[in-house]
Design a protein around this ligand. Structure first.
Ligand code: ADP
Ligand code: MG
Length: 790
């Protein structure tokens, strides 16, 4: 068992040009902790923050300042946790901070550069590297990816889904068993046998996360994402399995609504925007308090899921992400305060070991056989599960004599054999039932006879029969008592036998029960079905759904222009170049490797040649010299060693390149996907706007562009809308006649005057949108070519 407090780190996001000096300082001298001092500028301190203190000091395990790189962050924070997880302990790393402070960047990574990959891909790489090196155990790895939005859980790894909304993904629900262990129903656990498969799953999840997000539901800032790596290991032949899991958590933005009421309020009174973070804070406070018996985990889904990772059996690490500039000073201080409370929690991590039930069954079967053998030795008879025909006949005879015997003390002795005792009972029951039926028959017979025969004679007969019946009843009662006695005797005998020879079986049985009980806490996630993963990245559910898989011509042309103008096209281009370089490098390395391999083969050939020559010499003219070490051969061997070394270095480099190339390819897919999504949003908004304003007839001179379009397409490079000017309704008298509400300033794009053909709309919204986009795209292209005015 490892007992330790939660480790808390801070990471400050680079602020670039906006950076103001003197707001914070980092002091690394106070080993083993570092401290962060945040100074509130005077103008702010006098204003809305309104408390007396002007500087705050917070202690962290380590503080990563603005220039800290992803590999350093991984090495310090995630590697130790990953090591623990490989050793069989559970681990959790969660990033906490306001939106935009770098949580996703730290946990998943940036989408542009390979070196920007975050904790998840690096941890996967590290874990699979380690697993490959350890051949002493058999490992299995699964991953799951859960998003919690508005108290609902969604499975981001569902391979079948065609969803474009989060709500279309399978809903994950929480179930609690009688031991208060949490199980997640509908969360798939996907097997990943190597780094590549695991990375593909991560990208699938990230893509689903991205597709599900629309400008309306800002899921990424309001939702929590939990990527979990499940590892189980077993030594070959052993029945003990170790299971561990590593949660990598990207929490929702921690920003609060500041109460700026009368006289101002202290920072702590501000309220969370996200209620579940408020519950997380309550859990943290409860955990940090000594002697608290009730921890309010159940208040939210996220605290329920992380229950055993926050205050239980887990190595927990928190990264407080900070974006410390003047505007965010109160949020940064809130984040640090939260971190200080988290640092007070003590956790106890224990190894999660359990016994494989299959191997347990084999062991128990063996034990049963041994006990049977022992029993056979004691009784002198071989026990089978069924009585033989001969034994059955013997028993029937015994019962018959027993029943016939009028002596109430006569015993029915079948020996200490449960099978025989059971048989006797069954047989007696049959006899009893039989006699009841015949009694009834007798009775009815008697009634009919009564009618015909003389009453007196009948009465006498009845008396006789009653006596007989009474006698029979008596007999049966005695018999049952006897049987009871016999049964008890037999049980006692069996018990003694067991106590003497099978004391161990009871111990083992109770262990089995315990083991069965203890299995459930570690396998928290119900394995829906560990299916092989089929990469399904190349899907475009939105486009294929709405247009039946085809883009109309206008749409295609508009997309081409959109693509050229999109900011991400630079990233795509950059990555393409980089990929080209990497491919070239890989090709070069491949060729080099071949050369070196040939060289090594050649050198080996030379050595063999040398051997043959020397052997021939030894036969023709034997000399002392030939028995000594051959300096030429030594030299050749050294050369081979050298070549092998360089082969290994190049091989490793090539392997690294392969991973990088795959990562880059996935990054490109992701950026392309984003581009298509952005285009789809823009396209559908255009269509909606046109539907709302059907009277609008396109005049290429003035095209109305709506504010929400500008908002949702902020990433578009400015030159595609370089002519966009903001015109307030007062400045533009025409704007008043416009159907758009006058309180909502309309943005207009002024395009150069050109052939002013007006295109009447067809009334079919899809067709209209296509026509308009087509014209717009053409205008853009013409403009680019300098033909717009002609
Ligand atoms: P959050 O997930 O906390 O809302 P993000 O991780 O999305 O924030 O970060 C916001 C932006 O800042 C992203 O564009 C990201 O690439 C960038 N960013 C964050 N942290 C860093 C960093 N340490 N270095 C470089 N860029 C960063
Ligand atoms: Mg984020």
């Amino acid at each position: 068992m490892v007992k330790e407090t939660v480790r808390v780190y801070a990471r400050v996001k680079p602020l670039g040009r906006r950076q103001q000096a003197g707001i914070y300082s980092v002091d690394d001298d106070e080993k083993p902790l570092s401290s962060l001092e945040i100074t509130v500028p005077r103008d702010l301190a006098d204003g809305f923050i309104n408390n007396k203190r002007e500087s705050y000091r917070f202690k962290f395990q380590k503080i990563f300042d603005q220039e800290a790189k992803q590999d350093v962050v991984f090495d310090s924070i995630a590697r130790p946790v990953a090591e623990c997880v490989l050793a069989g302990y559970n681990g959790t790393i969660f990033a906490y901070g306001q939106t935009g402070s770098g949580k996703t960047f730290t946990i998943t990574g940036g989408a542009e550069r390979y070196s920007d990959r975050g904790i998840i891909p690096r941890t996967l790489s590290y874990i699979f590297d380690q697993l490959q090196k350890d051949s002493s155990k058999v490992y299995t790895t699964h991953v799951s990816y859960l998003e919690i939005y508005n108290e609902c859980g969604y499975d981001l790894l569902d391979p079948r889904h065609e969803a474009s909304r989060l709500e279309d993904l399978p809903k994950v629900t929480i179930m609690e068993d009688s031991d208060q262990n949490i199980h997640l129903k509908n969360l798939s656990l996907q097997q990943a046998t190597n780094e590549e498969e695991a990375l593909n799953l991560l990208f699938l999840g990230d893509t689903n996360r991205m597709i599900a997000e629309t400008p309306m539901n800002q899921a990424s800032t309001r939702s929590h994402c939990i990527f979990t790596i499940h590892i189980s290991s077993k030594e070959p032949g052993s029945a003990t399995i170790r299971r561990s899991k590593l949660h990598l958590v990207d929490l929702a933005g921690s920003e609060r609504v500041a109460k700026t009421g009368v006289g101002g309020h202290l920072l702590t009174e501000a309220k969370y925007i996200n209620l579940s973070l408020h519950y997380l804070e309550q859990v943290i406070i409860a955990l940090a308090e000594k002697n608290r018996s009730h921890i309010p985990y159940r208040n939210s889904m996220m605290t329920s899921v992380l229950r055993d990772s926050l205050g239980g059996n887990c190595m927990t690490t928190m990264i407080a992400t900070l974006s410390i500039d003047k505007r965010n000073i109160d949020e940064s201080i809130s984040t640090c305060r939260f971190a200080q409370r988290v640092a007070l929690i003590k956790n106890e991590a224990v190894l999660n070991e359990e016994i494989d039930p299959r191997l347990m069954i084999v062991q128990l079967q063996k034990e049963i056989q041994e006990l049977k053998d022992e029993l056979a030795l004691v009784t002198g008879k071989q026990r089978t599960s069924e009585l033989s025909q001969e034994e059955l006949l013997q028993l029937d005879e015994l019962i018959e004599t027993f029943l016939k015997d009028n002596d109430p003390d006569s015993p029915l002795d079948v020996g200490a054999d449960m099978r025989k005792i059971k048989y006797c009972f069954i047989h007696m029951k049959e006899l009893m039932n039989h006699s009841k039926i015949s009694d009834k028959k007798l009775q009815s017979q008697h009634i009919s006879e009564e009618k015909d025969t003389n009453k007196e004679a009948g009465e006498e007969e009845l008396k006789k029969l009653k006596e007989l019946l009474w006698q029979r009843d008596n007999e049966i009662n005695i018999l049952v008592n006897m049987l009871k006695k016999e049964k008890k005797k037999a049980q006692d005998a069996l018990f003694q036998l067991k106590a003497a020879s099978a004391g161990s079986i009871e111990r083992d049985c109770s262990e089995t029960v315990n083991l069965e009980e203890s299995q459930s806490p570690s396998s928290c996630f119900i394995l829906k079905e560990a299916k092989d993963f089929n990469s399904s990245l190349h899907r475009l559910p939105f486009l294929s759904r709405e247009t039946g898989g085809r883009m109309s011509l206008g749409c295609q042309e508009a997309f081409e222009v959109f693509k050229q103008e999109h900011a991400d096209s630079i990233t795509i281009e950059d990555n393409k170049q980089l990929l080209k370089q990497r491919f070239a490098e890989a090709k070069y390395l491949g060729e080099k490797l071949n050369e070196v391999r040939n060289k090594i083969n050649h050198l080996k050939g030379e050595i063999t040649q040398r051997h043959i020559q020397r052997a021939a010499l030894a036969v023709s003219s034997p000399s002392e010299e030939l028995n000594m070490l051959d300096p030429v051969e030594e030299k050749l061997r050294k050369q081979i060693e050298e070549e092998k070394k360089s082969y290994k270095t190049m091989f490793n480099r090539l392997r690294g390149l392969k991973v990088e190339i795959e990562h880059l390819q996935l990054l490109m897919e992701k950026v392309k996907m984003k581009l298509r999504k952005d285009f789809e949003v823009w396209w559908s908004e255009e269509a909606i706007n046109l539907q709302e304003k059907p009277e609008m007839v396109i005049s290429p001179n003035t095209t109305t562009v709506y504010p929400q379009f500008i908002k949702s397409s902020q990433h578009l490079s400015t030159n595609s809308f370089s002519e966009t000017t903001r015109i307030s309704p007062d400045e533009d008298p025409a704007g008043k006649n416009n159907s758009t509400s006058s309180s909502n300033p309309t943005l207009k794009t002024r395009t150069p005057p050109s052939s002013s053909t007006s295109v009447p709309l067809t009334g079919d919204s899809q067709a209209d949108a296509d026509i308009l986009a087509f014209i717009k795209a053409r205008q853009n292209i013409l403009q680019k070519k300098g033909l717009g005015n002609k």
